[in-house]
Design a protein around this ligand. Structure first.
Ligand SMILES: *[C@@H]1O[C@H](CO)[C@@H](O)[C@H](O)[C@H]1NC(C)=O
Ligand SMILES: *[C@@H]1O[C@H](CO)[C@@H](O)[C@H](O)[C@H]1NC(C)=O
Length: 497
C-alpha cells in the first residue's frame, strides 16, 4: 500500500501547485532575456555590444539578485530565456546567448549558471509570490555548419536523424513548409523536430512533464509555435498541466487565433502591430487599434488569456520608431490595461531604443547598463499601471474576464472600458504626442455612475462624471488617461488613497 499512497499524494501535490490559465490571468509578466538582464558580479558597467551577438554575461544568479527591481514595478511573474544546453561555439551568426540553439535538452545552458543557481532563482521567485515562466523550444535544435553536416548523435533526447524532418528552406507562404522545413540560416541551420511522429511527440511530452515538475515551473512560453504541427500542442498541454502561451508571429487574427484552440494562449501579435502602428506617429491608425479589439474578441477563443505585449526580443523597440516619451506611455498603458496578460520586455521601462539598428540583435541591450534605474520615467509609469490593474483585480471579480470594448474612437483618440458596471476602468489613449495641443473629449458609455468622483491614476487629478455617467476628459501633451472611481481606491496606496 505505501508506495501507491506515496504516488497518489505526489500527484496530488503536483496538481495543487500547477498554475492554471485562470491563475495566470491575474498575473503581469516581466520578460527577462537571461544573458542581458543581470550578471552574477552585479556589474552595471560591463560592456555589451549587441551587434557582436555574443554572450554578455547575464545569469540566473544575477536575476535572483535583482528581483526587487522587477517587483518594484508591480510584476508578479517573470519569463526567462530557454534554459537547455545550446551549441557553445562562436559561429558566423554569433553565439547562442539568446538560448534558441539547443542541442542537449537534458543539460542546462552553462553560461547562465549551474543547476543550483536555477533552483535558487526559482525558489526566490516563488518566495516572492511570483510565477516563473520558461521559454521552451519544441520545434528545433541548433547546428553550427551546413545542414548536411549535422551529427544527430550530438543531440539529446532526439538523437536520431529519423526524428527530424529532412532539410529544406522555409517558404513562408506555405504552411506545410513552415512546419516541416528548417529555420535559421545555412551557416546555423535549425534541424526541425518531426513532432508529428508519435515517438518524437511522446519523448518531448515526457521531457516536458518531467521538466515542469522537477523545477516547479508555473508556465511555458512556446517558441516557434506556428512552426510545429497544431496537433502536437494539445498533447503538450495535457502533459504539462500548466499555462502555455505560444509564439505565433503573424499579424492576422485569422492565422493566430486558431492556435488558441490547442493552446491556452498565444502571444497577441495582431494587437502588437496595431498598437505600434497607432502610436508610431501622430497619423497612426487609431481606428485600426479600436477595431482590433472587436476583431480579436470575435476571432480568438479567449482574449483575456492572450499575452499582451508591445516589445520583445524579436521586434524593434518602440522608441526606435517613435522616441516620444508620451507616446511610449500610451503604448504601455494600452498594453497593460487592455484584455490579456501583460508582458513587458526588459528595457522597455528604461525607454531603450536599440541604438545602432532596428530589431534583432540591437533590441537586446544589457539592462544593467541602465544602472537598474528605478527613477526612470517609464519605470514609474509601469509601476502605476500594474498597481491599478492589480487593484482592479482585487476590487472587481469580473475585471479579468470582462472583455474590454472601445467606447469612443476618433483619428487621435481611443477610449476603452474594462470592468463591471459601476467599477469600470476607463482608459483613454492618444497619439497626439508631447507637442500635441490640449483638448477636451467627452467620453460616453463609461458604465460609471452619475455625478461621481473619479481619479486619473497617472496624474492623480480628479474628475467627476456627468449626469449621464460620461467623462469630459482634459487631454494634454498626448498623455494617456486612466480613470477609476475614487472611493474604490481606498486602501490602494494609489494617489495617496
Ligand atoms: C509546400 O511545402 C511542402 C514541404 O516543403 C511541399 O512538399 C509542397 O510541395 C509545398 N506546396 C506548394 C504548393 O508549394
Ligand atoms: C489593425 O487592425 C485592423 C482591424 O483589425 C486591421 O485591418 C489593420 O490592418 C491593422 N493595422 C495594422 C497596422 O496592423
Amino acid at each position: 500500500m505505501l508506495p501507491l499512497l506515496l504516488a497518489v499524494s505526489a500527484l496530488w501535490a503536483q496538481h495543487v501547485l500547477a498554475a492554471t490559465p485562470a491563475d495566470w490571468r491575474s498575473r503581469s509578466i516581466y520578460q527577462v532575456m537571461t544573458d542581458r538582464f543581470a550578471r552574477t558580479d552585479g556589474s552595471t558597467t560591463a560592456s555589451c555590444d549587441t551587434s557582436q551577438q555574443d554572450y554578455c554575461g547575464g545569469t540566473w544568479a544575477g536575476i535572483a539578485n535583482h528581483l526587487s527591481y522587477i517587483q518594484g514595478m508591480g510584476f508578479n511573474a517573470i519569463w526567462i530565456s530557454p534554459i537547455t544546453m545550446n551549441l557553445q561555439q562562436s559561429t558566423s551568426d554569433g553565439t547562442s546567448y539568446h538560448g534558441y540553439w539547443q542541442q542537449d535538452m537534458n543539460s542546462l545552458n552553462t553560461p547562465f549558471g549551474s543547476e543550483n543557481d536555477l533552483q535558487n532563482l526559482i525558489s526566490a521567485v516563488h518566495a516572492a509570490g511570483m510565477y516563473i515562466m520558461v521559454d521552451v523550444v519544441f520545434n528545433h535544435g541548433g547546428w553550427d555548419g551546413a545542414p548536411s553536416s549535422v551529427d544527430y548523435g550530438d543531440f539529446d533526447p532526439l538523437n536520431e536523424q529519423s526524428m527530424y524532418h529532412p532539410y529544406c528552406a522555409i517558404d513562408y507562404s506555405n504552411q506545410t513548409s513552415v512546419e516541416v522545413c528548417w529555420g535559421g540560416s545555412t551557416n546555423v541551420p535549425l534541424p526541425d523536430f518531426r513532432t508529428e511522429a508519435s515517438n518524437v511527440a511522446s519523448t518531448l511530452y515526457s521531457w516536458a512533464s518531467n521538466f515542469v515538475s522537477t523545477y516547479n515551473i508555473d508556465g511555458l512560453r512556446l517558441d516557434s509555435a506556428s512552426h510545429v504541427n497544431m496537433g502536437f500542442w494539445s498533447g503538450l498541454e495535457s502533459a504539462v498541466g500548466v499555462y502555455c502561451v505560444g509564439e505565433v508571429y503573424d499579424d492576422r487574427p485569422s492565422y493566430v487565433c486558431p492556435y488558441q484552440e490547442n493552446l491556452d494562449a498565444v502571444l497577441n501579435y495582431p494587437t502588437y502591430y496595431n498598437i505600434t502602428d497607432a502610436f508610431a506617429s501622430t497619423s497612426g491608425d487609431m481606428y485600426g487599434l479600436a477595431n482590433n479589439i472587436n476583431t480579436m474578441k470575435s476571432t480568438c477563443k479567449d482574449t483575456t488569456l492572450l499575452g499582451s505585449f508591445s516589445e520583445n526580443h524579436d521586434v524593434p523597440r518602440f522608441a526606435q520608431q517613435n522616441g516620444d516619451i508620451n507616446a511610449a506611455k500610451n503604448v504601455l498603458t494600452y498594453t497593460i490595461l487592455a484584455d490579456g496578460i501583460p508582458i513587458i520586455y526588459e528595457g522597455q521601462e528604461q525607454h531603450y531604443n536599440s541604438e545602432g539598428g532596428s530589431g534583432v540583435p540591437y533590441n537586446r541591450e544589457a539592462l544593467w547598463l541602465s544602472g537598474y534605474n528605478t527613477q526612470a520615467t517609464l519605470y514609474t509609469t509601469v509601476a502605476q499601471l500594474n498597481q491599478i490593474r492589480n487593484h482592479a483585480i482585487y476590487i472587481d471579480s469580473e475585471y479579468l474576464t470582462y472583455q474590454n470594448w472601445p467606447i469612443y474612437t476618433d483619428t487621435t483618440t481611443v477610449a476603452m472600458r474594462k470592468g463591471a458596471d459601476g467599477k469600470a476602468m476607463i482608459t483613454v489613449v492618444s497619439n497626439k504626442g508631447s507637442n500635441g495641443a490640449s483638448y477636451t473629449q467627452n467620453i460616453p458609455n463609461t458604465g460609471l455612475p452619475a455625478n461621481t468622483e473619479t481619479t486619473e491614476i497617472l496624474s492623480c487629478a480628479s474628475l467627476t462624471t456627468g449626469s449621464d455617467g460620461s467623462l469630459t476628459v482634459p487631454m494634454a501633451q498626448g498623455l494617456p488617461r486612466v480613470y477609476y472611481i475614487t472611493s474604490a481606491l481606498s486602501q490602494s496606496g494609489i494617489c495617496g488613497h
